[in-house]
Ligand binder design. Structure first.
Ligand SMILES: NC(=O)c1ccc[n+]([C@@H]2O[C@H](COP(=O)([O-])OP(=O)(O)OC[C@H]3O[C@@H](n4cnc5c(N)ncnc54)[C@H](O)[C@@H]3O)[C@@H](O)[C@H]2O)c1
Length: 270
């Protein structure tokens, strides 16, 4: 194992927020991972040209064997400074099981696999969503969300979402926050932190797709944002960069909302 390099691993590294996060780490070794090797290779080539210390490996985060290859790749490259987990799909996936598996089950697989690499000063930053904050606490489905690999979890959560993949997305993003809290003690024993970040509407390929599907809703969200605009991926990336830095060394087991203030207004409309 190479112990001198403090590596930043970015899942969804070919995506909008993932790539923006990568660009904030100018002087640190970065490992990009994403679903397709081709998109990883293209992203690595682009970032290398811009002067970043970057390498990459394809990984379907729902596949345990792929995750094993990813963690081996990371431990050969150095010690884990940060896992920045941005890979995910929105409700546009239209498939409850797909949203549940990619956004929630795979998040738990990554937390567990990267726990093995975490040491003092490591941090895991997981993308949740402001929409997670619209799902109230509830004993029954919270237990299911916090244990997404349990046999009856998917069925328990599905019963709440009225066969709507957008609603499933809101629930599983709440689940990401519950997983973060659940793992804080364990990570803390190593001197490692774990936090979530909840973006509002951020102009990436994911949000563009949502805009095409629900133009009225997206327009309403922009108007309900006190800043009267959507966010840019760089505005989430800057927060992620701060959370990785030493300046954030006592920020732990919490969610950071990066939404331009819209959530407070969404709650008033509910
Ligand atoms: N853009 C927004 O408005 C917004 C708002 C709230 C939360 N988020 C969250 O932020 C994160 C990043 O979103 P984005 O807007 O950058 O989306 P994006 O679609 O640009 O990027 C997501 C990336 O995840 C990858 N991915 C999907 N399934 C995968 C799998 N099984 N294995 C490996 N990689 C996979 C995709 O290939 C893609 O590159 C997501 O978790 C999303 O839910 C985004």
């Amino acid at each position: 194992m190479n112990t001198t390099n403090q590596v930043i691993v970015i899942t969804g590294g070919a995506g909008g927020i993932g790539q923006a996060c990568a660009r904030t780490f100018k002087d640190q070794p970065i490992i990009i991972t994403d679903y397709s090797q081709d998109s990883v290779d293209k992203t690595v080539a682009t970032l290398a040209k811009e002067g970043f210390r970057v390498s990459g490996i394809g990984c379907d985060i729902t596949n345990k064997e792929d995750i094993k290859k990813l963690t081996s790749f990371v431990s050969e490259a150095g010690t884990l400074k940060a896992l920045v987990h941005t890979a995910g799909v929105s409700g546009s996936a239209k498939d409850l099981q797909k949203v549940y598996t990619i956004d929630l089950v795979a998040t738990e697989l990554l937390i567990d696999a990267f726990y093995e690499l975490a040491t003092e000063g490591s941090v895991a930053i997981l993308m949740s969503s402001m929409m997670a904050h619209t799902v109230p606490a509830n004993k029954v489905y919270d237990d299911a969300l916090a244990n997404p690999q349990a046999a009856d979890s998917f069925d328990t959560v599905s019963q709440q979402v009225n066969n709507n993949a957008d609603t499933m997305y809101n629930f599983v993003k709440r689940g990401v926050q519950l997983l973060m809290h659940k793992n804080a003690e364990k990570w803390g024993e190593k001197g490692a932190r774990i936090v979530t970040v909840s973006p509002g509407v951020i102009e990436t390929p994911m949000a563009l797709k949502a805009s095409e599907e629900h133009p009225e809703r997206m327009k309403m969200l922009k108007e309900a944002t006190p800043l009267k605009r959507n966010g840019q991926p760089e505005e989430v990336a800057d927060v992620v960069h701060f959370l990785v830095s030493d300046a954030a060394r006592f920020i732990n087991s919490t969610d950071i909302l990066v939404d331009g203030g819209v959530l407070q207004n969404i709650k008033k409309m509910m």
